[in-house]
Design a binder for this molecule. Structure first.
Ligand code: SAM
Length: 274
């Protein structure tokens, strides 16, 4: 079902209130996804009308924090989209290997599974000592979980099969200790990682990166905001730096595409031109 004019207007009023009262700017997120999220908040809160969420979000911190949680969608997995990690291993690491020091930024890192996957890839390539990784998200709760590197054992079979499909060199269990129903990953893997709060909508450049992964984040943004983030990413990459996007995300229709060449078009890997 599409969004009616009135519903879209109510969502816009709500987003203005969220921005004014709490400083989070969702005004340029994609409407279809916004609508689904707003209805989820309505279902969870028992509030019937979108417009009634405005005073609730303004006055009730619990409703506000629930709204921010629902908006964040930190769905992720280790070695998500395994062919992407094969491309990273085969096409990107040989480039990074030629640098004395490597800076990598995971923008929208959620609970950290992508960061750990990268750390494992770098260790298996013998590069981990030469790397500094920045992992950012605007959601403090997921950053806290990402720093811990502890995941439910229920998730491990999927992570293990992704790792094998990504042509991992060993077994995923080489990298974690299982305790009861949780897997704790080797803290050394995260020792070169700086976790930080960064909002792609309102915050600035992250300087001179050799590789930026911003996967499965832009799909939630409208075209205008996607352009802003592409600009931010382009300004944050060093010359010949590499950008990895998620499936379903592309630079194709962006005016900034002229600054890039493909490493592998289908898998969303781009290299910035000089
Ligand atoms: C679907 S997850 C993607 C995680 C990981 N990159 C992956 O591909 O598996 C999207 C993440 O983007 C974050 N995000 C959404 N809007 C953001 C913004 N404006 N600034 C920074 N992070 C944002 C969410 O909090 C969420 O953790």
């Amino acid at each position: 079902m599409g969004t009616t004019g009135r519903e879209a207007d109510e969502i816009k009023v709500l987003l203005e209130a969220v921005y004014l009262r709490h400083g989070f700017d969702y005004r340029n997120y994609a409407m279809a996804s916004l609508r689904r999220r707003v209805h989820k908040v309505l279902d969870e809160s028992g509030i019937k009308q979108i417009i009634d969420l405005v005073p609730a979000i303004w006055n009730d911190d619990k409703v506000a924090s629930d709204f921010l949680r629902v908006m964040s969608i930190p769905v992720t997995e280790m070695f998500r989209d395994p062919p992407f990690f094969i491309e990273l291993r085969e096409k990107v690491l040989p480039i990074l290997e030629t640098y004395p020091f490597i800076k990598i930024w995971h923008a929208g890192c959620a609970t950290g599974e992508e960061v750990l996957s990268m750390a494992i890839l770098l260790r298996e390539a013998g590069l981990e000592k030469r790397v500094r990784i920045y992992a950012t998200d605007y959601n403090d709760q997921v950053l806290k979980a990402a720093k811990e590197g502890i995941y439910s054992m229920d998730k491990i079979p999927l992570f293990e099969s992704n790792y094998q499909d990504a042509q991992g060199k060993g077994k995923l269990s080489d990298y974690y200790h299982a305790r009861y129903d949780q897997a704790k990953f080797d803290p050394e893997l995260l020792s070169n990682v700086t976790f930080a709060n960064h909002n792609l909508v309102t915050d600035g450049v992250f300087g001179e990166m050799n590789l930026i992964l911003c996967r499965n984040v832009l799909i939630y943004f409208n075209k205008e905001l996607q352009q802003r983030v592409f600009r931010l990413i382009t300004d944050s990459l060093c010359p010949r730096g590499i950008l990895g996007l998620g499936n379903g995300e592309s630079l194709r229709f962006s005016p900034l595409a002229r600054h890039y060449e493909h490493i592998d078009a289908s898998l969303r890997l781009y290299r910035k031109k000089l």
